[in-house]
Write a protein that binds this ligand. Structure first.
Ligand code: NDP
Length: 451
């Protein structure tokens, strides 16, 4: 049987674009459909604009610190419309790059929504049908807002990049990556920022000591973090939003942003008719080669809800091409993934938290918390944390947790050593780079505790 294409990819985000390009580069005839903007969540409404907003927000404290170092600096405030204009021009530029990458690698792209008509047929929103030997679903995810009275007044991270004006006040709900990162951004931009988290400490699942320090520093920098608190009800009052909280508080905010998790974009894709199984959260179920229950249909990235990070979706896309087009069955490696949370201060982490490791075996915990030179000189009380979790039996470093300015950059490199199976003694043999914050990782002498 002959098909229109060897591969049809649904979704033009990080994972889908990479898989399409790599398959086409290897000689496959490839098409891709995207209903929205090319680049997907990461480029258009996630990692990239978020990080540019983190950079923008960090200048407020840099100006203060510059003054402490003797610079004669005047802070006349932040011009949101100036920044927003540049931000969107940059996103347009990046989207153009993504479109060109596809074009230059010979991928035919369709600006349309696509769904499965059968195991080898995709139907586009204009009604045309295309056949393909293989179909790859890479449709990503979207923000989830729970339903309660007034929940329609909530905005999500999608809208944060399009605000008409910078609000005077904002409530951010949630305690995950997105909520905690946006709390830092808004606070740094001078917005009165309140964060509600329903649990006992934000960033659940990460090392307790590390997330405790992040929370403490966020509060220190002016964020009104309310733990054990959730939203009960909201309604519009003039141009503000009235919010009643579970702790009885009633407050007015200009905006309320919910960052209460994300859901897979797997509805109306025609999956049910093909008996492609979905999990409890709506994600597409796949095996270790990203294959669904229908052999010609694969899925990668956030729509499969494995590890929801752009570089992981890219790896899953590459492993898919290796498996299907190069005859070399390859599973994406989901072990020991370094990651950074762009809170202020940043957290960089790889491997097991102290709590997870201690459940598995006897561990030595090496940690130091100190005032970094640059900020300390400027008179800030801010502290950083460098922490290693070491197996007592094998001496392997099981986890590395850094809370510090630039922690994302540091963990990328420490991550190589941990991924290679470095022992504590390997770290110790490495000469310190002085004076830096990360040199502490190779000079930790005695365990602070054995658990
Ligand atoms: P997360 O799953 O990380 O966090 C969701 C948060 O919302 C949790 O604190 C959760 O609380 C809370 N929550 C869930 N449901 C409710 C509810 N009904 N009422 C109140 N609170 C609720 O999701 P995010 O949206 O922050 O991020 C999604 C994913 O995106 C991340 O998991 C990550 O993979 C990725 N991401 C990565 C980034 C990076 O690498 N720097 C940056 C941004 C996103 P509880 O803990 O109690 O369940």
């Amino acid at each position: 049987m002959s098909f229109d294409y060897d591969l049809f990819v649904i979704g033009g985000g990080s994972g889908g674009v990479r898989a399409a390009r790599v398959a086409a580069a290897g000689g496959a005839k490839v098409a891709l459909a995207e209903e929205d903007r090319y680049g997907g969540t990461c480029v258009i409404r996630g990692c990239v604009p978020k990080k540019l907003m983190v950079f923008a927000s960090e200048y407020s404290s840099m100006i203060e610190d510059g003054r402490a170092y003797g610079w004669d600096l005047e802070n006349k405030g932040f011009d949101w419309s100036h920044f927003k204009g540049k931000l969107h021009a940059e996103l347009d530029r990046l989207e153009g790059i993504y479109r060109n990458l596809l074009k230059n690698s010979g991928v035919e792209s369709f600006d349309a929504r696509a769904k499965l008509a059968d195991a080898h047929t995709v139907e586009l929103s204009d009604g045309t049908q295309k056949t393909a030997k293989h179909i790859l679903i890479a449709t990503g995810g979207r923000p989830f807002v729970p339903q309660f009275p007034g929940s329609d007044l909530a905005i999500t991270s999608n809208e944060m990049f399009h605000l008409e004006t910078l609000p005077e006040s904002i409530l951010i709900v949630g305690g995950g990556y997105i909520a905690s990162e946006f709390a830092g951004i808004m606070n740094g931009l001078g917005v009165k920022t309140t964060q509600y988290y329903r649990g006992a400490q934000i960033l659940r699942g990460f090392d307790d000591e590390a997330r405790g320090l992040v929370a403490q520093e966020m509060i220190q920098s002016g964020i009104d973090l309310k733990l054990g608190t959730n939203v009960l009800e909201m309604r519009r009052e003039g141009d503000k939003i009235w919010v009643k909280a579970t702790n009885g508080d009633e407050n007015l905010f200009d905006h309320v942003m919910f960052a209460t998790g994300r859901k897979a974009n797997a509805d109306d894709l025609g999956l049910e008719a093909l008996c492609i199984e979905r999990g409890k959260g709506g994600e597409i179920k796949v095996d270790q080669y990203s294959q669904t229950a229908v052999p010609s249909v694969y899925a990668i990235g956030d729509v499969t809800d494995r590890v929801n990070l752009t570089p992981v979706a890219i790896r899953e896309g590459m492993a898919f091409v290796e498996t299907v087009f190069n005859g070399n069955p390859t599973s994406p490696d989901h072990e020991l993934i370094p990651t950074a949370i762009f809170t202020q201060p940043e957290m960089g982490t790889i491997g097991l938290s102290e709590e997870e490791a201690a459940e598995q075996e006897t561990i030595e915990v090496y940690a130091t918390s100190f005032k970094p030179m640059q900020q300390s000189f400027a008179g800030r009380a801010q502290r950083v944390l460098m922490k290693l979790i070491v197996s007592q039996a094998t001496r392997k470093v099981l986890g590395c947790h850094i809370v510090a300015p630039g922690a994302g950059e540091m963990i990328q490199l420490a991550g190589i050593a941990v991924k290679m199976g470095a022992t504590k003694e390997d770290f110790d043999r490495t000469v310190a780079v002085h004076p830096t914050m990360s040199e502490e990782l190779v000079t930790l002498k005695t365990p602070v505790r054995v658990v």
